[in-house]
Ligand binder design. Structure first.
Ligand code: 5CA
Length: 446
């Protein structure tokens, strides 16, 4: 993309209404624009970040065995009457009437919709497990939408739902999603800690929230520092190996990690040595939940069991806050100049900065680098504007491009361009070819 032709409506002033850094930076960098309270348009740069995050979520869901579908945003109230949640949901649900005076709603989640689909379509226990998911917009009429897209009223969620014949199968599905979430967040360059969540009226201990530690998080969290040091790494996962997955889940749930909803001070103090006790704040980016036959019983969604008689599905639901992740990643990756995108989710991976636009040699070198980056599969941004160098750096650093290729007449005389890392500030002079090869190696695109 050529910056001169792109649409990044950058704000000069820091918007007064934004209380947290991710909201401020997203507004300043022209990533989003508020349409009404808690409802945002995604402008080109924000939309690009959102799509990158979405692509990783899709990929990791499917690797773990989940199948993508797409359900509507508008649902029939009758479905929700079957589960009993139409009345129970309260004012957070946006209720709509169509022209025939039928009650409709803008979906806040899709348990009912998917249970109806599974009940109608899955015939035999032999077809299980089945995990279906979609990435779709949700609406919740939050009392206090705030922090930009972090707590919106309209937001993008990945919600998945598992269908099994018994508790053992449902546990395997739950563990698949648990491990898939660890991989998903790690791949985005995030440290997300699974924490025991509040299981509410359903009971049981199979519900976890995944939180990113950040000072601006909405939840207070209490954890054993040991868990923050865990990482999954690039180990190949055998998704069919129920015991192996259980082992990973056990390892990640053995140390104390809870939000204020489930925190017990006495247990914390007894289980965790003082030096390892961490009290912090966190942003909830995922929530997984086993709920057994709650919806399948209520909605009569059954499958032929091994003895032939119909058995209600054992299910769980698995959410990821896809749009919230954009904000969460910025909260965890920024400095006083702006955002610092992790390479895996960076809207632009490399910026070519022309220090002297209009200089024949500098222009030609930049065009060539830009073409080569595109040919090698990079998401490259060429700052070809007629601006001072300082203003170009300010823009590129604000939008957090992880690598800069700085090109000017002086360097070109020596045959070099400067390759600079946004996070470390480390800079090296290299020939254009060497710089391209260095980047290809860095991104594994050699
Ligand atoms: N049905 C279940 C799982 S599919 C469910 O809806 N869970 S949830 O309520 O926890 O939402 C899943 C994720 O969506 C949360 O972990 C959070 O990351 C994100 N989320 C929830 N509410 C909002 C909101 N108002 N704005 C942005 N993201 C949100």
């Amino acid at each position: 993309m050529r910056l001169s032709r792109y649409f990044i409506p950058i704000l000069k002033e820091t918007p007064a209404e934004a209380q947290i850094v991710s909201h401020r930076l997203m507004l300043r960098a022209g990533m989003i624009r508020q349409a009404s309270a808690g409802i945002y348009s995604w402008l080109p740069l924000g939309y690009k970040a959102l799509r990158k995050i979405e692509a990783i979520v899709h990929d990791e869901q499917q690797k773990a065995g989940a199948i993508p579908v797409l359900m509507p945003t508008i649902q029939s109230a009758d479905l929700w009457r079957e589960s009993g949640r139409y009345d129970a949901y309260g004012p957070e649900m946006l209720r709509i009437k169509d022209r025939h005076d039928r009650d409709m709603l803008y979906g806040p989640t899709n348990e009912e919709q998917i249970t109806e689909i599974a009940g109608a379509g899955i015939r035999s226990y032999r077809d299980l497990p089945t995990i279906l998911y979609h990435i779709q917009w949700k609406f919740r009429d939050e009392v206090r939408p705030r922090f930009g897209i972090m707590r919106g009223r309209e937001f993008l969620m990945k919600d998945g739902y598992s269908f099994d014949i018994d508790k053992a199968g449902a546990t395997h599905s739950y563990n698949r999603m648990f491990v898939s979430y660890l991989r998903t967040f790690e791949r985005m360059g995030l440290k997300a800690v699974p924490m025991r969540a509040d299981s509410g009226p359903i009971g049981g201990d199979m519900t976890h929230e995944f939180l990113i530690l950040a000072d601006t998080g909405e939840s207070a969290v209490f954890l054993d520092s040991d868990i923050a040091d865990l990482s999954l790494g690039a180990d190949k996962i055998d998704w069919e190996d129920a015991e192996g997955l259980q082992g990973i889940v056990d390892r990640w749930t053995s140390a104390y990690a809870r939000t204020d909803e489930t925190h017990e001070e006495a247990v914390f103090n007894a289980e965790v040595p003082e030096a390892r006790r961490v009290t912090a704040r966190g942003i909830e980016v995922g929530h997984i939940f086993y709920f057994g036959t709650k919806y399948s019983e209520a909605m009569n969604a059954k499958v032929a069991g091994p003895e032939g008689s119909p058995v209600a599905f054992e299910s769980g639901s698995y959410g990821i806050g896809v749009s919230r992740l954009v904000g969460a990643i910025i909260e965890a990756n920024h400095d006083d100049k702006g955002m610092i995108w992790p390479e895996a989710v960076a809207p632009f991976e490399v910026a070519v900065i022309n220090l002297k636009q209009g200089d024949a040699e500098a222009d030609a070198a930049c065009e060539s680098l830009y073409d080569n980056l595109n040919a090698r599969g990079f998401d490259a941004l060429y700052d070809d504007r007629n601006e001072r160098a300082g203003s170009k750096f300010a823009t590129i650093d604000l939008i957090g491009v992880p690598w800069k290729l700085i090109v000017g007449p002086r360097g070109l005389k020596e045959g070099v361009v400067e390759l600079v890392n946004r996070r470390t500030g480390e800079a090296v002079n290299l020939s254009p070819d060497e710089a391209l090869n260095r980047l290809s190696a860095q991104f594994g695109r050699a």
